[in-house]
Write a protein that binds this ligand. Structure first.
Ligand SMILES: Nc1ncnc2c1ncn2[C@@H]1O[C@H](COP(=O)(O)OP(=O)(O)OP(=O)(O)O)[C@@H](O)[C@H]1O
Ligand SMILES: [Mg+2]
Length: 262
């Protein structure tokens, strides 16, 4: 491994009229790191992810991925370069089964140079599909319609469909949003161990501080388009500015006790 970051963001800016969604953001991401992006509503989290993945053109600054300037590329080009995202609302086909959803995503991803779709009965696609279903713990529900899944399983399917492009870096917009409390850790355990096995670098937006505390190596806290804290969770979640501007009263009690004894 070299010391070159997989992703390097320099002076990134985005304005919508008088609204500043990104104000001079600098971030270097080493390969393999798991980053949690936190921030109150309207802080600029989604705008940041949208700019990284080609859904929004920056007003200024540069984005480098694997050493290459990718500022202003299209979402499709981003996926080809190994930078893929999921959305806050699952993008699955509700009237298809779990298996059909995944096979469709695989058939689209394994086209050769824009050629015709591969038949979804190709043995290699079926084999790959089985492996992903297993890795994402979806085998038991493979014949169920996506519409009948729990929110958690639907998120798993959504992420499984995103990783068919074999991204080097995956960006997730609130992977646990809408997922029941009793399901959220199981879902995140599955997702994070699958992504660790494939050595995928991960950046995800999250409002749930228990999830942030448990799964990320590093926190980026946004406020009014600025990164107000960039630190490991143990430090970031007790940072006074983060507590005041991002977390409010939802600070985990355990962390609070630890700091008061520090
Ligand atoms: N297409 C757009 N046109 C105009 N303003 C926009 C647009 N997209 C985002 N904004 C504004 O940019 C700012 C940042 O928005 P963004 O969606 O990135 O926030 P967020 O941190 O993702 O918030 P949330 O937690 O609510 O999802 C907000 O003030 C928002 O209103
Ligand atoms: Mg958002």
């Amino acid at each position: 491994m070299t010391d070159t970051p997989i992703l390097s963001v320099e002076g990134l800016q985005k304005t919508f009229g008088a609204v500043v969604a990104a104000k001079d953001i600098y971030v270097d991401v080493p390969a393999g790191q798991v980053i949690g992006v936190i921030g109150s509503n309207g802080a600029g989290k989604t705008a940041f992810v949208n700019m990284l993945t080609g859904y929004l053109k920056p007003s200024g600054g540069t984005i480098r991925f694997l050493g290459e300037d990718i500022t202003g590329i299209t979402p499709r080009q981003a996926v080809h370069k190994g930078l893929t995202r999921s959305f806050q609302v699952s993008q699955v086909f509700m009237t298809l089964s779990v298996r059909q959803n995944l096979l469709t995503a695989l058939a689209l991803a394994r086209r050769h140079g824009g050629a015709m779709l591969r038949p979804i009965t190709s043995p290699d696609l079926l084999e790959e599909c089985d492996a992903i279903l297993e890795r994402y713990r979806l085998t038991d529900v493979e014949d169920n319609f996506a519409s009948s899944l729990s929110q958690g399983s639907r998120k798993l399917l959504d992420i499984a469909m995103a990783v068919v492009s074999e991204p080097k870096m995956l960006l997730l917009d609130e992977p646990t949003s809408g997922v029941a409390t009793e399901e959220k850790f199981a879902i995140m355990d599955t997702v994070m161990s699958a992504l660790k096995a494939s050595e995928t670098t991960v950046l995800f937006i999250e409002h749930d501080m228990e999830i942030v505390e448990r799964y990320v190596d590093r926190v980026l806290a946004f406020f009014l388009g600025e990164v107000i804290c960039d630190a490991p969770p143990a430090e970031a979640l007790v940072d006074p500015k983060v507590r005041e501007l991002v977390i409010g009263e939802t600070i985990p009690a355990r962390l609070e006790t630890e700091t008061s004894h520090a």
